[in-house]
Write a protein that binds this ligand. Structure first.
Ligand SMILES: *[C@@H]1O[C@H](CO)[C@@H](O)[C@H](O)[C@H]1NC(C)=O
Ligand SMILES: *[C@@H]1O[C@H](CO)[C@@H](O)[C@H](O)[C@H]1NC(C)=O
Ligand SMILES: *[C@@H]1O[C@H](CO)[C@@H](O)[C@H](O)[C@H]1NC(C)=O
Ligand SMILES: *[C@@H]1O[C@H](CO)[C@@H](O)[C@H](O)[C@H]1NC(C)=O
Ligand SMILES: *[C@@H]1O[C@H](CO)[C@@H](O)[C@H](O)[C@H]1NC(C)=O
Length: 384
């Protein structure tokens, strides 16, 4: 019975295998999760949260349940309490055992180790470095119109220049390039990065300003400040608008500010707040930023004002609307027509009178006698 023999042989072989492999756990089986991305040390901004993973590849034939990963903080086996800021989880992914160590709101640096329980000489180690980082800026809130410049310093502590890959600045999520059309200036110093916006615009520069440190070890650390401002209002179109009687009027008001304005309204040239209750031709859209008036008339001409307000005040912008007669556009055309008509008439009359004169002259000079003769003949014929 060779098949039974073979089966027994294999069972024995795998049993030996399990015993052997459990004993033969090697250091290269133990790795930091996403090792290619993160190097040592692992930088975290003070107050931020982070998660770091440790992965154990269990040898062929063994079960992941044969192992347990444990963590050491400053060389002491770590025990997560219930309501602490730390959490440890463990999961199996095929024949890997993965343990993740999380901390909420880090306040100081420490050494972190991961090892399979019972293997005191088999561990991997990482330095967790808590760095302080903070943005400060020169303006007292809120940012007002025509401020000379906005000056930010992003100071950091606990990381050396050697470990900094790049420091980036963002305004409302947009990465700042010094060669942008606007006047931006970024300068890097030993313990801070300075960012200056010359002649800041509320419409572009108020809001969230972020300083981001990218480390050579693969970490990204950032701090954010919200620059509050007065509201700002401007028109998308030119300073004035020309319309013809009966046209619809559409005005778009570009509103900005930090916090974003919550109240937007319009005043007519007669200083009346515009809405559909006051005038059924009026409609408002985009939280009142777009004003529409159907069937515009002479009385609607004048200066329109758009107002916006937030917690820091109110701001307005005006635009002049001119309304022309419906036939106004026709008058020049009619004028040209009349001109052409008169010109043609003059030419025609002149031509006619010239022809008449020419004919008269010919008659006088040459055909005078003939005509008289023929007339005479006709007369004679009629007589006869
Ligand atoms: C490792 O990378 C994977 C995929 O990018 C991601 O889902 C996982 O959260 C990362 N783990 C850690 C601890 O960063
Ligand atoms: C930023 O630092 C520079 C140099 O120390 C200083 O002149 C400037 O006033 C600082 N700006 C702010 C907003 O703190
Ligand atoms: C600024 O960030 C806060 C959250 O930090 C967010 O609620 C807000 O919408 C952001 N503002 C802008 C203008 O992006
Ligand atoms: C829009 O305008 C109307 C009428 O002026 C006003 O009652 C309402 O509060 C405005 N809404 C907003 C979002 O400003
Ligand atoms: C509009 O704003 C200007 C200042 O920009 C202010 O002088 C004026 O009084 C405001 N108009 C109204 C109607 O509030």
């Amino acid at each position: 019975m060779p098949s039974v023999n073979f089966a027994i042989f294999f069972i024995v072989l795998s049993a030996i295998d399990v015993v052997l492999s459990k004993a033969e756990l090697k250091l290269e089986d133990l790795q930091w999760e996403n090792k290619s991305k993160y190097k040592n040390p692992f930088y975290v901004k003070k107050g931020d949260s982070f998660t770091i993973g440790c992965s154990l590849r269990t040898p062929f034939g063994s079960s992941v349940t044969d192992y347990l990963l444990e963590w050491l903080v400053n060389n002491r086996v770590f025990q997560a309490d219930y309501d602490s800021d730390f959490e440890v989880t463990q999961k199996k992914v095929s024949n890997n055992l993965i343990s993740e160590f999380s901390q909420r709101g880090i306040s100081e640096s420490y050494n972190l180790k991961c090892r399979p329980r019972g293997y005191s000489n088999l561990e991997i180690s990482k330095q967790i470095d808590a760095i302080s980082m903070k943005i400060e800026y020169n303006v007292d809130d809120p940012l007002r119109h025509n401020e000379k410049n906005l000056d930010f310093n992003c100071t950091f502590n606990g990381i050396t220049d050697d470990d900094i890959e790049e420091i980036l600045w963002y305004v409302n999520g947009k990465k700042i390039e010094e060669k942008d059309g606007r006047i931006y200036k970024i300068s890097k110093h030993e313990t801070y990065s300075q960012f200056i916006i010359k002649h800041p615009k509320i419409s572009e520069d108020a809001g969230n300003v972020t300083c981001q440190i990218q480390t050579k070890t693969g970490n990204t650390l950032s701090d954010i400040v919200t620059v509050s401002s007065e509201p700002h209002v401007e028109f998308e179109e030119e300073r004035s608008k020309n319309l013809v009687q009966g046209d619809p009027l559409t005005l778009k008001c570009k509103v900005s500010g930090s916090p974003a304005p919550t109240r937007i309204y319009w005043k007519s040239p007669k200083e009346q707040i515009l809405n559909s209750d006051v005038d059924s031709r009026v409609s408002l859209k985009d939280s009142n930023a777009t004003l529409k008036i159907k069937d515009i008339d002479f009385e609607d001409k004048g200066t329109y004002t758009c107002f916006a307000s937030n917690s820091h005040g109110e701001y307005n912008a005006t635009i002049t609307v001119r309304v022309k007669d419906k036939l106004a556009a026709l008058w020049p055309f009619l004028g040209i027509c009349a001109e052409v008509f008169i010109l043609c008439s003059i030419i025609l009359i002149y031509e006619r009178s010239r022809k008449k004169k020419d004919t008269e002259n010919t008659v006088d000079d040459e055909a005078g006698d003939k005509l008289t003769n023929s007339n005479d003949n006709q007369v004679r014929q009629r007589r006869s």
